[in-house]
Design a protein around this ligand. Sequence first.
Ligand SMILES: O=C(O)CCC(=O)C(=O)O
Length: 333
Amino acid sequence: MKFEDKKAHQVKSGLEPLSSTIPDASNAGLSPSQQSISHYPLEQHLAEYKRQGFTIFRGFLPPERVQEIRAICDPLFDELMQLEHHRNNPLARDTIGGHDGWQEGRQTALGTMLMDATVFNPSGLLLDFTEMLMGPSVQHDSLQVAGYPSVPLAYRGIGYGWHHDGFNTAGTTTKKGPKAYTYPLACNCLTYLQDMTLERGPFRCVPGSHLDFSMQVPLPSPDNPAEHWSVPGEICVDGRAGDLVVTHCDLLHGSTHNTAAGEYRYFISEYVQQAGLPHRDNMDDAAWAHWLAAARQQEDKRILRFFGEGKDAYQAALEESWRQQSARSSSTA
Ligand SMILES: O=C(O)CCC(=O)C(=O)O
């Protein structure tokens, strides 16, 4: 199939406001700063997340914060896009931070700003919600900002880059068919920095694919090259500037090409995982060293745990329960 014919496989329903599938409910239980972000309680976000494999928190970042971040990222991505590998592949995205770290000069300040905007957001939502998803022991894995260059208009509305995220179970079995809900070992907290119109390239996913082992990443073929994938059941998510989308690592998801002329497509990715798993970022990164130092001083177990330190009551209780279980099984052996 030629690229032109592929357009017939684009998402038919366009941008679907997924949050409207959740009935209105009292936002009792949310703190005042959380209430300005969500109109329903965290339990309902959790129910939505379990059903769909993701949930959206509208207006997680205020517009001035979004602008501040974009004003810093624009020149940084201008420089990155000059690099040789972009000349050879003008469709490719690039990232700042993540496994390369935030140590380098002016990027450290950006890393601090992004950590402040997301994990240390005044609403506290990111930590509260990821703890709800994975139990109270969550830790940082990787923080980065991804930027996608604008590509020719012929790519408008075309999805690509389908994948499951790190620590998914989908890639570790040959099973097909329904899968019971299991809590994520990791989840991506994606904060969008633009209104994700079809031109700018909305987040794409197959809702419910985290509950189905049949939902595998489509393989590229000469008829279906990697940059033009489309997947049955896919939808576009109508993310707006400042919205936070939290995904399950088993959700099949991807991107849409950015065809907004002269604009980068951006998002912040804060990848959060179960404490104790191998993590990609350096926990001592200069960009968040002051939070770690303050947590050590104040013996703030939650933040110490988030940065990979600190044995607390929760871990001690797990170890005690493990000890009791092993004692029981050896006495019955
Ligand atoms: O491009 C997007 O909107 C999603 C990004 C993504 O899938 C990822 O960073 O894992």
